[in-house]
Design a protein around this ligand. Structure first.
Ligand code: AMP
Length: 257
């Protein structure tokens, strides 16, 4: 399951014209998963850890918007400028913009190493569009991992979260501190609080989740893809729990393609 090649998500973060380097290693059994759960539950951290174990590429729509947000204002399309305004407020970006951005990166869904979709889909409309797209392209989605955690713990995780501006690695002030304050262990980049992790945006994000994203749980339960996993404990414990749940599922459906 594990390997040393580290795809750098260039095609995902910068768009189809960019080439991933190095290319993903050979994966015997690619996993194609959606990570679901409220903001702050730790999907990004789990995606990083799962990526190291399964080699599937971590495809975060939030990371794409944040990468776009580092470009000069004049290089942004009107749609992207509007998307960034939604994001700063903690609101969901309109489905049409998100879907167009995803279609531009359609190759990432066909990547031989598999994928871990983090933060997409977030509405029933997005979920339905993705279902049709995968079906048309004959791509099998293996499971939707739904991370569960009490609301107080979610607020604690969001308020202490710090992210590397450079490589996007995720830390927590008390639960997963960097070795040196405000410095990324992996690349030495500066750590900062995401604009949308401030209290006023957190409230909007949790409301958006409850209203628009939580209904996806039933959607994927009906499709028999839902795999609920407790997000309590350390990142490594949660990752191990996730892998065990996936292995269990793979045993039950040996025709994993
Ligand atoms: P995340 O890093 O996944 O929490 O995403 C950060 C922000 O990006 C969200 O609060 C939204 O504003 C925007 N965003 C990311 N993914 C989506 C999506 N699938 N649909 C709508 N907005 C999104």
């Amino acid at each position: 399951m594990a390997g040393t090649d580290e795809p750098d998500r260039a095609s995902w973060l910068q768009g189809a014209a960019a080439r991933c380097n190095p290319q993903p290693g050979k994966v015997d059994r690619p996993w194609r998963l959606i990570l679901l759960g409220p903001p702050g539950v730790g999907k990004g951290t789990q995606a990083e850890l799962l990526h190291r174990r399964l080699l599937a590429c971590h495809l975060s729509t939030g990371d794409v918007f944040r990468t776009v947000g580092t470009k000069a204002e004049c290089d942004l399309s009107p749609a992207m400028k509007a998307a960034l305004d939604y994001m700063r407020r903690g609101d969901l970006v309109p489905d049409s913009i998100v879907w167009e951005m995803l279609l531009e990166r359609g190759n990432c869904l066909r990547c031989g190493g598999g994928f871990l979709l983090d933060g997409f889909p977030r509405t029933l409309h997005q979920a339905e569009s993705l279902r049709r797209q995968l079906e048309n392209q004959n791509i099998t989605l293996h499971a939707v991992v739904n991370y569960e955690l009490p609301i107080e713990e979610i607020v604690h995780r969001l308020s202490g979260r710090r992210t590397c501006k450079n490589c996007k690695a995720v830390y927590h002030l008390t639960d997963r501190p960097p070795k040196l304050p405000d410095v990324c262990d992996l690349c030495g980049g500066a750590l900062s609080q995401r604009e949308d992790d401030r209290p006023e945006s957190v409230k909007v994000r949790l409301e958006a989740y409850a209203e628009k994203t939580a209904p996806l749980i039933e959607f994927y339960r009906d499709l028999k893809l839902l795999l609920s996993v407790s997000a309590a404990g350390t990142p490594d414990e949660i990752c191990t729990r996730t892998i065990e749940a996936l292995q269990q599922r793979a045993k039950q459906s040996p025709a994993h393609t």
